[in-house]
Design a binder for this molecule. Structure first.
Ligand SMILES: [Zn+2]
Length: 334
């Protein structure tokens, strides 16, 4: 009944039991990195709660299920869509919510609030929400969605039943992509699955955008330059990105996946059979070549340098500083 969410079997079973025995908490927290299906799951839960069909919920066929899926059910209200930056989910949005929440639902038995980007709620917003969570009207239900729960008050967390969504295995991800976007080469599915680390949302983006393919090529080129050990070549390779912040930001996760795979190859001499398919792609080939040229320690160090840069991006550090420090650290290794 939760088929449209891939894998995450234990989570789906637990939720199904809670829903069908009517023991679902009035406040849920769905946590997981972007692209793991938090919104999909929130919609499924809303469907299950409001479903008017017979048998296991959601039936996926009744008008309530249809309306939730299409985003037109009057009792499913999404808040925080725009709050994509830290501390941009303000108290005003919660005040507005509080004004509406006590009004009875229109069609269903419950009124469901889906709070996106919950990690970006200001302290005031969280405190205002806490008051509602402490004494909610009978008909209200809240689904908080966040990438990282650490930004939320302990008092809010303690009121929520939390579920964590995980990226899926790369083979499962590739299989899913094949069904969603049939007609492409096998290597395209495998590459996207691999590049995204089994994150379905990201894998779909990669598959759909030419940029994704480009980022991949850029990452591969850069990694080969790093292995080359030529300082001048490295400087000019990174110089390309001085005015291309977005391009570099897209390249970094790809580069990380490549280097991570090199590390894995270094430590696991006997690869399981499943990896053979990946190794036969162009990406796998690069990993193979690179892993003969870097030591295990070097590849670990590069991974750490990439992680630092990724973290700095998240913290909104000035891009020139990120690039300069990335470059300096790599040069030290050469
Ligand atoms: Zn239904």
């Amino acid at each position: 009944m939760f088929e449209s969410l891939v894998a995450n079997h234990t989570l789906k079973e637990t939720l199904a039991v809670m829903i069908n025995s009517q023991r679902l908490s009035h406040a849920l927290l769905l946590q997981g990195e972007a692209g793991t299906g938090k919104r999909t799951l929130a919609k499924l839960i809303a469907q299950a709660v409001l479903c008017q069909g017979e048998g296991p919920r959601p039936c996926g066929k009744c008008s309530a299920c249809y309306k939730v899926l299409k985003g037109i059910h009057p009792d499913v209200i999404t808040v925080g869509e725009e709050a994509v930056r830290p501390a941009s989910f303000h108290i005003d949005a919660i005040r507005q919510l509080r004004q509406q929440v006590f009004v009875a639902p229109n069609e269903g038995c419950k009124k469901i609030y889906i709070l996106l980007n919950a990690q970006n709620m200001t302290l005031q917003a969280q405190n205002a929400l806490l008051k509602i969570l402490e004494e909610p009207p009978q008909h209200a239900m809240f689904i908080l969605i966040c990438e990282n729960r650490s930004a939320l008050l302990e008092t809010i967390l303690s009121r929520c039943t939390a579920f964590t969504l995980q990226p899926v295995e790369e083979s499962v991800c590739a299989e899913y992509l094949r069904k969603r976007k049939p007609g492409l080469e096998d290597s395209a599915y495998l590459s996207a699955a691999w590049e995204s680390g089994g994150n379905i949302g990201r894998a779909l983006q990669i598959l759909e955008s030419e940029e994704g393919g480009k980022s991949w090529d850029n990452a591969r080129e850069l990694l080969e330059t790093i292995c080359g050990g030529n300082e001048f070549a490295l400087l000019s390779a990174l110089g390309r990105y001085e005015k291309q912040k977005d391009l570099f930001a897209q390249l970094l996760p790809c580069l990380r996946h490549l280097v991570k795979e090199v590390v894995v190859q270094k430590y696991e001499r006997n690869l399981p059979a499943g990896d053979a398919a990946v190794s036969s792609t162009a990406l796998g080939q690069t990993v193979k070549t690179v892993s003969t040229r870097l030591s295990a320690l070097q590849s670990m160090k590069i991974l750490a340098i990439i992680d630092t840069a990724l973290l700095q991006f998240k913290q909104n550090v000035n891009f020139n500083l990120i690039l300069a420090s990335f470059c300096a650290q790599l040069r030290q290794m050469m």
